[in-house]
Design a protein around this ligand. Structure first.
Ligand SMILES: [Zn+2]
Length: 135
């Protein structure tokens, strides 16, 4: 198992590849969008407490609106004063539909890395992870 006490940068890099943020092992997701309950290698339980995924929703919303604003404002500024408003509207709507779905798994894996960077595993979580990892 890789360093379970890695810094935020290393954990974000693991999350970008949809791996376990704690140990970096592939297979945190059982399908494109479905996260396993815990890491098959280190036993880290991904949903650490009730309401845990609100952080992932905040990340997903922030990325979606951030991209929306950059594209809409950038396009309007670049084409001013002949802004193609209909194309801009259609593109904006498409972004608002596609981005949150496409980014969904990463919002969860990035949230796990960020949260784990400032909220280390409690001793009982570490013991439970070790038991799951042992089988
Ligand atoms: Zn792991």
């Amino acid at each position: 198992m890789r360093d379970p006490n890695a810094g935020l940068g290393a954990m974000l890099a693991r999350s970008a590849r949809r791996r376990c943020p704690r140990c970096g092992t592939p297979g945190a997701f059982e399908s494109w969008s479905t996260l396993r309950e815990w890491c098959p290698a280190c036993g880290f339980a991904f949903e650490r407490e009730s309401g845990y995924w609100v952080g992932a929703m905040i990340i997903n919303t922030t990325v979606t609106f951030g991209l929306f604003i950059v594209v809409m404002v950038g396009w309007a500024v670049a084409t001013w004063p002949d802004v193609p408003w209909t194309a801009l509207l259609v593109t904006g709507l498409a972004l608002m539909l596609v981005v949150p779905i496409a980014f969904y798994p990463w919002s969860k894996s990035f949230w796990m890395a960020i949260e784990l960077s400032y909220h280390q595993l409690e001793p009982e979580e570490r013991e439970a992870a070790a038991r799951r990892a042992a089988g």
